[in-house]
Design a binder for this molecule. Structure first.
Ligand code: ADP
Ligand code: MG
Length: 568
């Protein structure tokens, strides 16, 4: 048509396509899962918009996904009657990557296929995965509620560019037509496609349909009939009872809601009744997403009301410090036309958020306190990926502060390693007789903290010190004064008082030393008057001659450095 236009892919798309085709080939059947996942999202979006505008259904309210194939043409088609796309939507969504974390993702690629395959998975493969098995993809789509002549055909060979042109399309929604590469004919089979759908997409809540096949006696071959059957269970997974759901189904559902390629670390599925009635299916991912530190990052919870999708990233349903949690919350109480503004105010939402927060913390406690090594390992995996985020909870969630404090893990002088594995309870169990405080050192890095001169006296006395080196630590510590009745005490602050840990002989000797150097100290005090608030004899050093300490109520050196770096 005269309106056909050729446009270039964004540079990152080209790179992603190259990578994906090469590093995901061994897992190529996932293309179907990704395309069905998109079709399901499109149906969710339509159902949501239709709450306020029933006309969008165009007299075709039964949302479904159809998968078909054509042996002669060597094509597979995935059709949905969901929200569809306008020309601009198609250009934007199928020609660029809008995701946050894109830049970081591309900077991490190494060229090593296996490593990059894992990274791509983490990044999310999506629509472009069709190019693993297709050397051309045609997308025909029309946005719900637009005229029949407002359709658009998008087409690409997955190299540098794509075309878009206007078409007539009678039915709203999207058809994705995959033109198979040479050698991919195994997918032109009902049996093959059905088994992939059952394996990866059974949890999709709308029907995924295929044409029936039947043996033709005369032709001596199976022929495709014009009658459609549903291949999946087609009911919302979270609404089924737990004992009807296999672990594999839970995992595939996770991949669908999270757009993550990897498996979750753990999950929890509950129906809650009481003040508020809702179902929660919540997952902890195994890996941090690329945009974990993005302040504008969307949350990971999809909100449904009585099975109807309402919104992605409903951040009001989970506190910010649990933003890594993915999953679905389905409320029986909220109105269908709930808006973000209403969510902000809603008491039901508050109840759900409190309940979900407790659930997530229990899920983490189960791993952390388990006797099974596999669970303990999972907790460490969790901690390494999300521990720094969880720490934000110490300052943000006063109600659950103690529970969160129990989940914290630190590097410590007890283990000669930067691995964060020591809990406060571990520390307390190893405290010396007469020791009443939990000692910690902060620093810019593990090595800096470990080699701090402030630790010398603790080493000498065999007292364990926790080594805190994450950016959030100083901030977190300002909300955490004690644990289990034991004061948290910085080794770098104020006048170190080891109290009961010093014996009488030591105390006497210290007194003598102080008397002996009184004059020298006074002279130094005068000489350094504009640099140091106070000069005093210390017994905390064993090898170093001097060190700087912060006053009891002052910012520590490390925090001052951080604030300076942040331009404060
Ligand atoms: P993601 O699903 O993570 O957003 P994808 O690469 O799978 O990423 O899809 C990119 C975008 O293309 C989707 O977000 C959506 O806007 C659009 N899209 C893809 N498939 C469809 C479809 N079947 N119907 C409507 N929009 C679609
Ligand atoms: Mg997708």
């Amino acid at each position: 048509s005269e309106q056909k236009q050729t446009l270039g892919f964004q540079a990152e798309v080209k790179q992603l396509l190259q990578l994906m085709i090469h590093s995901l080939y061994s897992n190529k059947e996932i293309f179907l899962r990704e395309l069905i996942s998109n079709a399901s999202d499109a149906a969710d979006k339509l159902r949501f918009e239709a709450i306020n505008n029933g006309a969008l259904f165009e007299n075709d309210p039964d949302l479904k996904i159809k998968v078909s194939f054509d042996k002669e043409a060597r094509t597979i088609t995935i059709s949905d009657n969901g929200i569809g796309m306008t020309r601009d939507d198609a250009v934007e969504h199928l020609g660029t990557i809008a995701k946050s974390g894109t830049k970081e993702f591309f900077s991490k690629l190494s060229g090593d296929q296996q490593k990059d395959a894992a990274l791509i998975g983490q990044f999310g493969v999506g629509f472009y995965s069709g190019f693993i098995i297709a050397d051309r993809i045609t997308v025909e789509t029309r946005r719900a509620g637009t005229a029949a002549n407002a359709g658009v055909r998008w087409e690409s060979e997955g190299a540098g560019d794509f075309t878009v042109e206007a078409i007539d399309k009678a039915n709203r929604g999207t058809d994705i037509i995959l033109h198979l590469r040479e050698g991919e004919d195994e997918f032109l089979s009902s049996w093959k496609l059905k088994s992939i759908i059952r394996k990866y997409s059974d949890h999709i809540s709308l029907p995924i349909m295929m044409q029936k096949e039947e043996w033709d006696e005369e032709k001596k071959e199976t022929v495709v009939r014009d009658e459609w059957e549903t291949i999946n269970q087609a009911s919302a997974l979270w609404a089924r009872s737990k004992n009807e759901i296999t672990p594999e189904q839970y995992i595939e559902f996770y991949k669908h809601v999270s757009h993550d390629f990897g498996e979750p670390l753990t999950y929890t599925h509950n129906r809650v009744e009481g003040r508020s009635e809702y179902t929660q299916l919540l997952y902890i991912p195994s890996q941090a997403p690329f945009d974990l530190w993005d302040r504008n990052k969307r949350g990971g919870i999809k909100l449904y009301v009585k099975r109807v999708f309402i919104m992605d990233d409903a951040e009001q349903l989970m506190p910010v410090y649990l933003r890594f949690v993915k999953g679905v919350i389905d409320s029986a109480d909220l109105p269908l036309n709930v808006s973000r503004e209403i969510l902000q105010e809603s008491r039901d939402v508050k109840v759900i958020r409190e309940g979900s927060t407790k659930r997530v913390l229990s899920m983490l406690e189960e791993l952390a306190n388990s006797d099974e090594q596999a669970d303990k390992d999972k907790y460490i995996t969790f901690w390494n990926a999300f521990g720094q985020v969880l720490k934000e909870g110490i300052g943000e969630d006063a109600t659950n502060k103690e529970r969160i404090a129990k989940l914290l893990r630190f590097a410590s002088t007890h283990n000669d390693s930067d691995a964060q594995t020591v809990s406060f309870a571990d520390y307390i169990a190893r405290m010396k007789e007469g020791q009443s405080k939990i000692y910690y050192a902060t620093g810019e890095s593990y090595n800096a903290a470990k080699n701090s001169p402030h630790l010398e006296i603790f080493r000498k006395k065999g007292i364990e010190v926790l080594l805190l080196t994450d950016r959030v630590d100083e901030w977190m510590l300002s909300f955490l004064e004690d644990f289990d009745g034991k004061e948290l005490s910085s080794v770098a602050k104020g006048d170190l008082d080891l109290g009961e840990l010093e014996d009488e002989a030591e105390k006497k000797q210290h007194q003598e030393t102080e008397d002996q150097y009184k004059e020298l100290v006074a002279k130094m005090q005068t000489a350094l008057a504009d640099k140091a608030k106070e000069v005093r004899i210390t017994f905390r050093l064993t090898d170093s001659p001097a060190c700087l300490v912060a006053g009891e109520d002052e910012l520590s050196g490390n925090l001052m450095r951080m604030l300076k770096a942040a331009g404060q």
